[in-house]
Design a protein. Structure first.
Ligand code: SF4
Length: 753
């Protein structure tokens, strides 16, 4: 696998020339985001046609990171593409599947047992296909990426919303669905809408109890949860350089909570120091040589309103410690006012649990600052009054804070250290004792209802690690660490350092690089596994029109990817297409009856659940279609929502309109997404109708597709559909899916596995 420094070197090789060309073509100075994007355009000539918020661009990411829950289906699909190795540096991180219950040792041991077959599959598949493997216990995806792979000016995609964490080191890092990750792994470009740009101008410096986390909590309050949608947030100004690289990463990480595509900071001395401390001097030196192009042009800083779509001013000296929540990260409270709000809104002021860490806030700096409070508290006889849980973000952080006595400081006031994994941040928190309405305070990033322990009765506030620790000691929201005492003790404001004087201790991370030649490695899928199933390529189009397709369902109103393929308990089967297809359309509202998840089986007229009908049709080798209303497939870019219909024999989805990402996912799986030219056709479709899609041999970009509705009484309605397939996407349809096209391009036929 290409080393991180080689990769960075390649990016810097053309950076200045491409940036200069873009300045000439656009006739103006550039923001940092624009510099990174133009340097990763697949077609350098596309610069002139980039239009913020409107045009789409094909980008070539430098690397891909996959978390274990999603990696299963991505790797299984990659295997069916017939490639021998990934086309781009890729890593898999085993972090999401570890459930927190007792402590690090017990929880990790239980996860190794419960997920053994998944880990075995991922380990062997990574070795076979040239993917770096970070085993359970090695750390959380974004912290590991920050420590090892993120670099200024790079572009990466990752299958977790908080991939933007790497923006702390100046990387454009975007959270994506499995389909985009798969594209990148097979060498295809990453197609993304040209983002709008939000500039955040930072002045002043943080002090006292205020921390980088409070900056993003303030930004969330200003922009709200939707304010960053379709935008990249770029921080700049003298205040930026006063924040450590890991502090910047915290700010970028949580930028996902305002809906931003990503966030990033310019390269500076703090970035260089972090790169050097994490054994990447070569990258720091190479970045230093092109530093002028790893930040916005001076004219942009001087007159930001001309170059950003929106500018936000933040004076860091005015930032106070905050607690945002519950249920949404943009509900801002200063520490002194949160208790009054809680009382007025029926939220308990007693803190049941305080949680420090996750990928968002578990840096050396975070822990040194929290530990300084813990030491002071212990010296004055205090212990945490709330349960206190600490999640190190990586084995490197854990080993270093253990070596430097910081874990001991936290344990001395009653902390329990959890595994280096997501745990309570992603609902992997087995917490049987917490059935009643209760309040938690965490330094994680997300706090919507049920996020942490699956219970709507848990009210989560998000704060910096140092603020969380103060509330752990106080045990109540009725407390302001700046002015209140705990049992007669006034806590000292936190102090810390961003980099360990003795260097980082890598610990026993256990990273497994792929062998140079993995072709002899056998990918292990246990026989009879209920969690993993090798994929068989979908059949190519047979060259015939689709005639008299039964309508499996007609969806009423909103039809999200979650309603098409539910998450929750079904996530266990993400690697098993047959088993997870047991949820197909289970959450969709039947337009004919108003009932959710069931309809009339077109084969025998019986009422069954939609998943059962789909299984019945597939078993009878009967291709079918489904009908959607407007914006069919909105929501997360879950590829199962497109794979499952295809797996069960669906060949076309007809709708008034599609959510763009889901429409693309359907095309990739070989399903035709068609929109009614006359939206009223939707209303004309009845429960016993059949749909014919005609003249498919003549399918071409922008053509109208003639269709026919054969009603239950035998009468016929002709209608027309539009589509958005390009030439390349029509090739996907004919081949039976995008992976089949890649597979065909390989020198000789290969079989999955
Ligand atoms: S700790 Fe939370 S935000 Fe970070 S990778 Fe895990 S689930 Fe995502």
């Amino acid at each position: 696998m290409t080393s991180p420094s080689t990769l960075a070197g390649r990016v810097y090789e053309h950076l200045s020339a491409r940036v200069a060309r873009a300045r000439t073509v656009l006739g103006r100075p550039l923001t940092l985001t624009e510099k990174v994007l133009v340097n990763h355009l697949r077609d350098a000539g596309a610069i002139a046609s980039l239009e913020r918020g409107r045009s789409y661009a094909d980008l070539d990411p430098d690397r891909v990171a996959l978390q274990d829950a999603l990696a299963q289906i991505v790797v299984l699909q990659f295997m069916s593409a017939g490639l021998t190795r990934v086309e781009r540096p890729t890593t898999v991180h085993c972090d999401h599947l570890i459930q927190a219950r007792t402590d690090a040792r017990a929880d990790l041991s239980r996860a190794l047992d419960a997920n053994a077959e998944v880990y075995e599959f991922l380990r062997t598949a990574c070795a076979r296909y040239g993917i770096g493997f970070w085993p359970p216990g090695s750390g959380i995806i974004h912290q590991v990426v920050l420590e090892n792979y993120a670099f200024p000016g790079g572009l990466m995609i990752g299958t977790d919303s908080h991939t933007p964490n790497a923006g702390g080191l100046g990387m454009v890092a975007v959270g994506v669905g499995g389909g985009d990750a798969l594209d990148a792994m097979t060498g295809e470009p990453f197609n993304v809408r040209s983002p709008r740009l939000i500039g955040v101008h930072l002045t002043g410096e943080l002090s006292g109890w205020a921390a980088p986390k409070d900056v993003i909590l303030r930004v969330a309050g200003l922009l709200t949860v939707n304010g960053g949608t379709g935008a990249i947030v770029e921080y700049f100004g003298p205040g930026a350089a006063s924040i450590s690289a890991t502090g910047k990463a915290t700010i970028c990480n949580m930028g996902a909570e305002i809906g931003a595509t990503t966030s990033l900071f310019p390269y500076d001395d703090r970035s260089a120091a972090y790169l050097k401390a994490t054994r990447r001097e070569e990258i720091a030196d190479a970045a230093g040589a092109v530093a002028a192009d790893l930040c916005a042009d001076p004219e942009v800083e001087a007159d930001p309103d001309r170059f950003y779509d929106r500018v936000v001013e933040i004076d860091l000296t005015t930032i106070a410690p905050l607690l945002n929540g519950p249920d949404t990260p943009d509900r801002v409270h200063e520490v002194g006012s949160v208790a009054a709000w809680a009382r007025a809104n029926g939220v308990p002021t007693t803190v049941s649990t305080a949680l420090i860490g996750s990928c968002t806030n578990s840096s050396y700096e975070d822990i040194t600052r929290a530990a300084s409070i813990a030491r002071h508290a212990a010296a004055h006889g205090l212990r945490a009054k709330a349960q206190l849980l600490v999640t190190p973000g990586s084995e490197q952080v854990r080993a270093t804070i253990e070596r430097d006595g910081l874990l001991a400081d936290l344990e001395a006031i009653g902390a329990t250290v959890l595994a280096n994994a997501c745990g309570p941040c992603i609902g992997q928190w087995d917490r049987p004792e917490a059935d009643e309405l209760n309040t938690i305070v965490s330094s994680f990033n997300r706090n919507f209802s049920k996020r942490n322990d699956g219970r709507a009765t848990t009210k989560a506030f998000v704060a910096s690690p140092e603020t969380v620790l103060a509330y752990a000691l106080a045990g109540t929201l009725d407390f302001d660490p700046r002015v209140d005492d705990i049992d007669g003790v006034r806590l000292a404001p936190p102090v810390g350092t961003d980099l360990p004087a003795g260097g980082f201790d890598p610990g026993s991370g256990g990273y497994e690089p792929p062998p140079a030649d993995g072709s002899r490695v056998e990918v292990v899928v246990r026989p009879g596994s209920e969690r993993l199933q090798l994929l068989t390529p979908f059949p190519a189009w047979d060259g015939h029109d689709f005639r008299e397709l039964p309508v499996l369902l007609k969806a009423r109103g909103k039809c999200t990817t979650d309603e098409i393929s539910a998450a929750g308990a079904w996530l266990r089967y993400r690697g098993h297409i047959e088993n997870i297809s047991g949820n197909l359309f289970a959450g969709v509202t039947n337009a004919f009856t108003g009932v959710v998840g069931e309809g009339r089986d077109p084969l025998d007229g019986e009422v069954r659940t939609f998943p059962e009908i789909a299984r019945h049709l597939a078993g009878a080798n009967t291709p079918w279609c489904a009908v959607g209303d407007t914006n069919y497939g909105e929501g997360s870019s879950r590829e199962h929502a497109a794979m499952e219909p295809r797996y069960r024999g669906g060949v076309a989805i007809l709708a008034r309109s599609f959510a763009r990402i889901h429409e693309t996912n359907l095309k990739k799986q070989g399903i035709l997404p068609l929109t009614f030219v006359d939206p009223d056709v939707y209303d004309a479709i009845g429960p016993r109708d059949r749909v014919s899609v005609l003249d498919l041999a003549a399918l071409a970009p922008d053509c109208v597709v003639p269709c026919r509705l054969t009603h239950g009484d035998g009468t016929v309605t002709e209608f027309a559909c539009a589509h958005t397939l390009s030439d390349a996407q029509i090739e996907w349809f004919r081949a039976g899916g995008a992976l089949n096209v890649i597979r065909r391009r390989q020198p000789r036929p290969r079989t999955a596995g």
